[in-house]
Design a protein. Structure first.
Length: 297
C-alpha cells in the first residue's frame, strides 16, 4: 500500500470489508496453504509474546525444513486484507524456490545465507519448543558458540521470508562449518556500504537495517577505521538492532555503555546480551572489565 493510499484512500472500502483475521486465524490459514501445497508436510504453529515471535515450522519427508516468522507477512495482509491468498501464494512460491535451490545447490540459495547473533537462553528455549512440536531427530537450526552468552546461527533471507538454515540443509549444499561461516560473512559484506557509524568523542553506534545491525560486529575489521577510541574496542550487543562501541581505556564511556546495554535488554523485543564484549585477536571475547564496572556501581 502506497503512502498516498494510507493517507487518503480506502476509508469507504474499509467500512465495507469484513473484520480482518487476527494473528491466530492468519497463522492457521497460512498453515492450511502449506498443507495444500505439500500434503505430506508436518506443520506446526508457535505463538510467542507478540507478532514478531509467531512462526510456522514445516518439514517434508525428504528432509527439507523451513521456519517462517509471521510478523512481516501479517502486516502485509493487514495492509490489504482483501487479498490474503496473494500473501500465502508469495510465501509458498518463495519456499518452492528455496526447495529447488537447495536441491540443485544453486548460487542464489547460497547468497541468501546470513549470520545472526542469538543468546544461549534463546537456544535453550528454541530447543524446548522444537521438542514440544515432536521434532526430536532433525535439528532445525545451526548454533555455534561465539563469546560469553552469545551464539551464532544462520538464516536464509529471501525477499518474502526468513528461515533458519538447518544442519541437513547446509550438508545438502556441501557447506561444512568453516565454509558456511565464510559464505555467510561474504554475503554480509554486501551491507557494508549501507552501514552508518554514528557518534564521536569515543562513543559510537553502528546502524544498518534493524535486522543485521548486531551481526555487523562480525565484520568489525572492515569498518574499525571509522572510529576514534582509546584502547581496545568494547561492544554492547544488547539487541538485534543495537550495536554500540567505545574504548577499553575510557572509563566513563564504558560505564555508560554498560548501563545502556542493561536498559536495552530490559525493553527491547529483540534483546540479546547485557554483557560487554571486546574485539581482540580478530574475534570477540567477553570483556573482563565489565565485572569491575558492575562491582564499582
Amino acid at each position: 500500500m502506497s503512502l498516498f493510499s494510507k493517507l487518503f484512500g480506502g476509508r469507504r472500502e474499509a467500512a465495507q470489508r469484513a473484520e480482518p483475521m487476527d494473528l491466530v486465524a492468519f497463522a492457521e490459514r497460512y498453515a492450511q496453504a502449506i498443507r495444500a501445497a505439500w500434503p505430506e508436510a508436518t506443520v506446526a504453529i508457535s505463538h510467542g509474546a507478540g507478532a514478531a515471535d509467531a512462526k510456522i515450522d514445516w518439514r517434508l519427508p525428504d528432509g527439507f525444513q523451513a521456519t517462517h516468522f509471521l510478523g512481516n507477512s501479517y502486516q502485509r495482509y493487514l495492509d490489504a486484507p482483501d487479498e490474503p491468498e496473494a500473501v500465502f501464494a508469495d510465501q509458498i512460491a518463495s519456499a518452492r524456490e528455496l526447495q529447488l535451490g537447495i536441491g540443485r545447490g544453486s548460487d542464489a540459495a547460497r547468497s541468501a545465507i546470513l549470520p545472526v547473533l542469538k543468546t544461549r537462553g534463546w537456544h535453550e528455549i528454541a530447543l524446548q519448543q522444537t521438542r514440544s512440536m515432536g521434532i526430536r531427530n532433525a535439528m532445525p537450526f545451526i548454533v555455534e558458540p561465539l563469546a560469553g552468552d552469545l551464539v551464532l546461527t544462520y538464516v536464509e533471507d529471501s525477499p518474502d521470508s526468513m528461515s533458519y538454515l538447518s544442519p541437513a540443509e547446509a550438508e545438502r549444499r556441501g557447506l561444512d562449518a568453516q565454509a558456511l561461516r565464510a559464505q555467510a560473512l561474504e554475503n554480509l559484506t554486501r551491507f557494508l556500504p549501507e552501514l552508518d557509524v554514528q557518534g564521536g568523542g569515543g562513543r559510537y553506534a553502528a546502524r544498518l537495517d534493524r535486522n543485521y545491525d548486531a551481526s555487523m560486529v562480525l565484520l568489525f575489521e572492515h569498518w574499525r577505521d571509522r572510529l576514534e577510541i582509546r584502547g581496545e574496542p568494547v561492544f554492547a550487543i544488547a539487541a538485534r538492532d543495537e550495536l554500540m562501541v567505545c574504548g577499553s581505556e575510557d572509563a566513563d564511556s564504558l560505564a555508560s555503555l554498560q548501563d545502556v546495554a542493561g536498559e536495552i535488554v530490559q525493553s527491547s523485543a529483540y534483546n540479546l546480551s547485557p554483557r560487554l564484549y571486546v574485539h581482540r585477536d580478530g574475534r570477540l571475547h567477553e570483556f573482563a572489565g565489565a565485572q569491575a564496572l558492575s562491582d564499582s556501581g
